[in-house]
Design a protein around this ligand. Structure first.
Ligand code: XMP
Length: 511
């Protein structure tokens, strides 16, 4: 076990992720965690993360110096490194210039931390303060033009190390190697931990926490909530009830697919409740055209429906959420300030559901790790590798008013599009792709007759983080085939367009 002590930096989960990539299990704890607790866990090594404070400022995050006397190797990163020097006789000062971005650093490859590395490479710096004087019993083992102590190690055999830069960020060229050197060579972790262990550990931890309590889960059928639900089901079986709200804005057949997997005839041990709320949603959305208002109605209605179902179940002890790490970051909450995300899928937590605690078993994982857990749990691949689907669903892929007929049109067109993308073998290589119904009708001709029908827009984007995106280049013959099938098979459509807008200035969704 490795322990990461969190000082509130923005890359802290990345640190944990890099350690997991070395096949070493690690957990993150706040710097407020008492030393006794850390000691009791008997870690093989400790990493102190970056953080926003200046270690010499009053009230700055700190830790007892006893930490460095446990005989356990410690690696400080950025703030963590500065704090170590500050506490152990060095000096940290404000720099004249903030050092930010890619910087070339020269390493002393005789240090165990840099063993086997190139002597010079690029690292990611992001700091105001710098180590102006190194403490006794330490020596500098790396420097850059502006930074005499870009890294240090202890000289008295106490196995203390610090890096002024961020090895966890991929911009740091040999960063992963440095973390691996620390974890495997300095701390001598075995490096044999795998996702299967994570699953077993989570199941055990959930069992311990839940006891014989009742658990409620809002299941959307997306990757995250599905994986969370299966994990819970493996842990506590029928103590878990999943409520799946079909809001009538799902992709074609999606409601039935979710039911097939999670319902009574599926493989999992849980109670499954499907609420068919289509009519209710369509009634609420009647006549509404403003995008934000549509989103709000869909979100609020979800809460109401969910609450009604929860009321029927009565008191529950726990509510499960499929929150994953990027959600935590997006809502501006570091692990240090553990608050629950106001679920941007569903517009907030239900106020009137009676529960004690929230369980978020995936809160420390990145999406690809969640998928690995899903595969480990035996969840069907089509669910595990599903592309993102927004909480408001087709409601934001139908421009203007939502009606049952428009939902049918966009569902059918989208199903054809997805089928042909899969036939062309592109389904795993395009980031996100879907059909949307524009609110535009235009004149066409079909079988010698005039038509006046809707235009479908096809969208496909490649993206790394969904914050920016570019339209994907789909082979023309695939597009043509999709066009002709949609026009022939979907009543009410006489025109198909391909959206080539990038984000920015466009967004991925239409509303
Ligand atoms: P935009 O349209 O903002 O979408 O470029 C970026 C990514 O977020 C997804 N998206 C949502 N996901 N609830 C969600 O869970 C939402 O309300 C929502 N709106 C957009 C979108 O599908 C894309 O992947």
């Amino acid at each position: 076990l490795m322990i990461v002590i969190d000082f509130g930096g923005q890359y802290n989960q990345l640190v944990a992720r890099r350690v997991r990539e070395c096949q070493v299990y690690c957990e993150i704890y706040s710097y407020k965690t008492p030393l006794e607790k850390i000691k009791a866990m008997n870690p093989k090594g400790i990493i102190l993360t970056g953080g926003p404070d200046s270690c010499y400022a009053p009230g700055a995050a700190t830790y007892t110096t006893e930490l460095f006397k446990l005989g356990i190797p410690v690696l400080g990163l950025c703030y963590g490194a500065q704090l170590m020097q500050h506490l152990l006789g060095g000096e940290v000062k404000r720099a004249d210039f903030r050092e930010y971005g890619k910087t070339e650093v020269e390493f002393d490859t005789a240090s165990p931390l840099f063993k086997g590395l190139k002597e010079k490479s690029i690292v990611w710096m992001s700091h105001f303060d710098y180590i102006s004087k190194i403490g006794p019993n330490f020596k500098s083992i790396a420097h850059s033009d502006n930074c005499p102590v870009a890294a240090f190690e202890s000289t008295d055999g106490s196995n203390l190390y610090g890096l002024q830069f961020h090895p966890e960020v991929l911009h740091t060229e040999q960063g992963t190697d440095m973390i691996r050197n620390f974890v495997l060579n300095v701390c001598q972790c075995a490096g044999d931990w795998i996702m299967a262990d994570f699953v077993q550990e989570q199941i055990k931890a959930i069992r311990e926490e839940v006891g014989d309590g009742k658990v409620l889960c809002a299941l959307s059928g997306g990757v995250d909530s599905s994986v969370a639900a299966v994990l819970l089901s493996k842990a506590v079986g029928k103590q878990l009830t999943c409520v799946f709200v079909d809001h009538g804005l799902l992709r074609k057949n999606e409601g039935d697919e979710v039911e097939a997997v999670f319902g009574e005839n599926g493989p999992y041990d849980l109670n499954f409740i499907r609420v068919n709320a289509q009519e209710r949603y369509y009634a609420k959305l009647k006549g509404v055209t403003e995008p934000e208002q549509k989103r709000k109605i869909i979100g609020e209605e979800f809460i109401r429906v969910f609450e009604e179902e929860a009321k029927k179940i009565g008191k529950v002890d726990y509510l499960v959420q499929g929150t994953i790490y990027p959600d935590v970051v997006e809502s501006g909450l570091g692990g240090e300030s553990a608050v629950i995300k106001s679920h941007h899928n569903v517009g907030g937590l239900p106020d009137h559901v009676d529960f004690k605690e929230i369980i978020e078993p995936l809160r420390n994982l990145f999406k690809d790790e969640v998928r690995k857990v899903g595969l480990e749990l035996g969840i069907p691949e089509y669910l595990v590798f599903r592309q993102p689907f927004p909480g408001p669903g087709l409601g934001i892929r139908i421009i203007g008013e939502v009606t049952a007929d428009k939902v049918r049109i966009v569902q059918d067109a989208d199903a054809i599009y997805r089928e042909e993308i899969a036939n062309a073998g592109l389904d795993r290589s395009i980031g996100q792709y879907f059909a949307a119904l524009t609110n535009m009708r235009s004149v066409g001709v079909m079988g010698d007759e005039r038509t006046y029908d809707y235009a479908i827009a096809l969208r496909a984007v490649n993206t790394i983080d969904f914050m920016t995106a570019e339209a994907a280049e789909i082979p023309y013959e695939v597009l043509t085939k999709v066009m002709s099938r949609i026009i022939n098979e979907v009543r009410g459509v006489n025109r198909v367009m391909y959206d080539i807008t990038s984000k920015p200035p466009g967004t991925i969704e239409f509303e």
